[in-house]
Design a protein around this ligand. Structure first.
Ligand code: GUN
Length: 283
């Protein structure tokens, strides 16, 4: 079975669209998502462009803040402070990775937790670890949304996550743990990757490298969530798993494109609506 992330994302976006209308009508609040992009990274430009377009199509306000590479740390922190204090801004998205001259950790930590729609501040990540999530990072939240939509039973299952990034691997492992899966985390230093992947009922791959998982590494009947986005030499996109061989063995697999990708942006919109609803209550 192919897990249709595009369709699940559409369902989430329809709910968000209705929620935005409701919030405007009942409380006069237009959710605002501020997008901050520094530098010229082509992939980041594409991501921020699609987030802005999606926000606009749902009726959200989406001011963007675009700066050349040379922006000073101090100026970026000042901008975050201004956005934190701006009542029209309910969510702040600082697109990662930041240029090497900037301190990503300090910038993330500066974002007000109430506006942390990416779920990447120490407060949000700490809450996730404590089992009391505030904002959940969008890509891991999207993976869970797909699994839930298709009725996956995670309790007691073997879940293996490849990749230990702050953006995906670590928060995803926490979400799976919160659902009572037995979670194994693999990464670049893992000695025998296939030994672990072959035990997985749920295999989530966020390695950032094409072809890390092939069909022979997958347990027959497993669910495979492919978080990878890699560009082939011919310009087309491919995930981290070898789709032709993996889809032969797996019970269910997400395609690339059309799997986790559309979910990330949908969850960002959902988090922004949630943030606006919560902040509206305290105004
Ligand atoms: N870069 C790649 N994915 C993401 C994301 O989900 N959020 C942010 N802020 N930057 C990213």
């Amino acid at each position: 079975m192919i897990l249709d992330g595009k369709a699940v994302a559409q369902k989430v976006l329809d709910e968000v669209r209705a929620g935005v209308v409701r919030l405007k009508e009942t409380r006069g609040i237009t959710p605002g998502l501020a997008a901050v992009l520094i530098g010229e990274d082509p992939a980041s430009k594409v991501y921020v462009g699609s987030k802005k377009r999606m926000a606009a199509s749902l009726g959200l306000a989406s001011p963007d803040y675009l700066f050349p590479e040379g922006l000073a740390q101090r100026e970026l922190l000042d901008l975050v402070d201004r956005l934190n204090a701006d009542p029209a801004v309910h969510g702040i998205l600082v697109q990662l990775p930041l240029p090497k001259t900037l301190d990503e950790d300090e910038v993330m930590a500066r974002i007000a937790p109430a506006k942390d729609v990416d779920g990447l501040t120490p407060t949000s990540l700490g809450r996730l670890l404590a089992g009391a999530p505030g904002m959940v990072p969008c890509t891991p939240a999207g993976c869970l949304e797909i699994l839930d939509h298709y009725g996956a039973e995670l309790k007691g299952a073997e879940a293996v996550v490849i990749g230990r990034s702050r953006l995906v691997g670590k928060p995803l492992a926490q979400l799976l743990l919160a659902r009572h899966a037995t979670v194994t985390m693999c990464h670049t230093r893992t000695r025998d990757l296939a030994f672990h992947t072959r035990r997985a009922d749920f295999l989530c791959v966020a390695a950032g490298r094409a072809g890390v998982v092939t069909g022979d590494m997958v347990k027959p009947g497993a669910w495979v969530i492919d978080v990878g986005v890699n560009r082939r030499a011919d310009g087309t996109l491919t995930g981290d798993v070898d789709f032709p061989s993996v889809s032969q063995r797996a019970h269910a697999v997400t395609p690339v494109p059309g799997g986790v990708g559309p979910m990330t942006i949908a969850m960002l919109m959902k988090n922004t609506l949630l943030a606006a609803e919560r902040q509206g209550r305290t105004q």
